[in-house]
Design a protein around this ligand. Structure first.
Ligand code: MD3
Ligand code: FE
Length: 211
């Protein structure tokens, strides 16, 4: 099935970064149901940074590996520290939309083994950072935005590089690979709102190949 219908926009945000506007809209309802199912097994929680502060974004994971942060640092692990059990498997439709988006952006054969699920309430933000805890930096990261819109910030390979802003909306997918893979990026504080599918919240799925 080709989800990349003609009316959807593919925009190069910059070298290696491809925005597939609305790519996940046809499956958004199923993704929302999957997020709810994941949250029942591995509850959303506010992880603590190595510096000891709780993150404003609530997180959980699905797939074989999950990203966690605590006083000891950042890492992927196969066991949820909150429950002591494995992370839930990726729900129906998660892997398919990520693999199809990657292929549409030129990355055939993307095989994600982790999906980090971020939940933003009004005021939640993500400070600019690099995603570099994955062993295979040749694989892209695929992000899917759901619910309220957010202002995404992204810069260059150095922390000091100027940040550009881009709105990310319900159903948007971005594939970050090649020269964009190690770009600094973050999310501005979420503005209050009411979304038909997500109420006062924004969700973001990031699919990663960690090994
Ligand atoms: C650019 N999440 O989970 S998604 C993260 O909206 C994260 O929750 C944000 O940054 C969010 O690590 C942004 C867009 C994104 C994800 C990964 C990237 C952009 C990226 C990796 C490299 C470069
Ligand atoms: Fe990130």
């Amino acid at each position: 099935m080709d989800l990349f219908a003609d009316e959807r926009r593919a925009v190069a945000l910059g070298p290696g970064a491809v925005l597939l506007g609305g790519f996940a809209l046809p499956v958004a309802e199923g993704l929302m149901a999957g997020i709810e199912a994941v949250g029942r097994v591995a509850p959303f929680r506010h992880m603590v940074t190595p510096g000891g502060k709780a993150m404003s974004v609530a997180m959980t994971n699905c797939g074989a590996w999950g990203w966690i942060s605590d006083r000891a640092g950042y890492r992927y692990q196969g066991v949820d520290p909150l429950t002591g059990g494995a992370w839930p498997a990726m729900p129906q439709g998660f892997e398919t939309v990520a693999v199809e988006a990657a292929a549409a952006a030129g990355y055939a054969g993307f095989a994600p083994d982790a999906c980090l699920v971020n939940r933003y309430a009004p005021g939640a933000r993500m400070a600019p950072h690099q995603d570099r805890d994955e062993a295979d930096l040749g694989a892209p990261i695929v992000s899917v935005s759901l619910g309220l819109s957010a202002t995404f910030l992204w810069g260059g390979l150095s922390r000091g590089d100027r940040l550009r802003r881009h709105g990310l909306h319900h159903g948007d997918v971005v594939v970050w690979g090649g020269p964009a893979r190690l770009a600094f990026h973050g999310v501005a504080p979420l503005q209050p709102g009411d979304h038909p599918a997500a109420g006062a919240l924004r969700y973001n799925l990031t699919f990663r190949k960690t090994r």
